[in-house]
Design a protein around this ligand. Structure first.
Ligand code: MTE
Ligand code: MO
Length: 221
């Protein structure tokens, strides 16, 4: 009788709490994270595999400044509060890392066009270089980033961008490999140095970084 009841209990527990269901995934989400957007299931900010060059940075909200400079008519500096007050847009974009994982996230942030407008970018500019608090750098072609009006996101899945994902700002480098998604951005440099190679690009990763294209540079050996 006793073994029988235990058996029933075990079956009942498996029925109520099946292993590896949506519920156990949801339990790993940060409080307040959206799970769906316009019918699309979102991943979680906790689905990222942490692999930063110098570990997660904790950027101080009060002393933080975003510098926008280089070949511009008027260099800019923004506090966190000033960034929050700028126009924001939402975009649903999947991030793909060369290591083989991807996450679907609803990003919200400031379109790069807002910075281009305020800084009055020079016509000689062909490259945008991102400088991050951990010394990381990466660059994107100016026409691509301006054409897609890429976001500098300060929010992911409806919550404030977590430190792990790059608080206060991550570049939502849509259609580009994860290494183009600069996190903890503290400087946006408008440049004419198309040959500038960032941290991973110097180590052989493809300069264009198209997620549909090669991971490694083919010409550099
Ligand atoms: N500042 C900074 N940004 C960065 C990185 C980094 O090390 N430092 N890593 C890049 C890489 S390789 C990826 S895939 C994405 C996500 O990084 P994660 O794999 O550590 O989550 O952030 C990108 N942005
Ligand atoms: Mo990556």
């Amino acid at each position: 009788m006793r073994n029988f009841s235990l058996g029933i209990l075990a079956v009942a527990l498996i029925l109520v709490f099946p292993p590896g269901t949506a519920d156990s995934l949801a339990a790993n989400r940060e409080p307040g994270e959206w799970t769906n957007y316009e019918g699309v299931a979102l991943g979680s900010v906790n689905d990222f595999y942490e692999n930063s060059i110098g570990g997660v940075r904790k950027v101080d909200r009060q002393s933080y400044r975003l510098k926008v400079d280089g070949l511009v008519g008027k260099a800019q500096s923004f506090t966190y509060q000033e960034l929050k007050n700028m126009p924001h847009r939402k975009k649903l974009v999947i991030i793909h890392c060369v290591e083989g994982w991807k996450v679907t996230v609803l990003w919200e942030g400031i379109p790069i066009g807002e910075f281009i407008k305020r800084a009055r970018v020079d016509s000689k500019v062909n490259t945008v270089i991102f400088h991050s608090a951990d010394g990381y750098t990466t660059s994107l072609d100016y026409k691509t980033i301006a054409g897609k009006d890429m976001l500098l996101a300060d929010s992911a899945n409806g919550i404030v961008l977590p430190a792990k994902l790059g608080f206060p700002l991550i570049l939502v480098a849509e259609d580009k490999w994860g290494y183009k998604w600069a996190r903890w951005i503290e400087r946006i440099e408008f440049s004419d140095k198309a040959g500038f190679r960032g941290y991973w690009e110097q180590r052989g990763f493809n300069q264009r970084g198209d997620a549909s294209g090669p991971e490694m540079e083919e010409r550099i050996r």
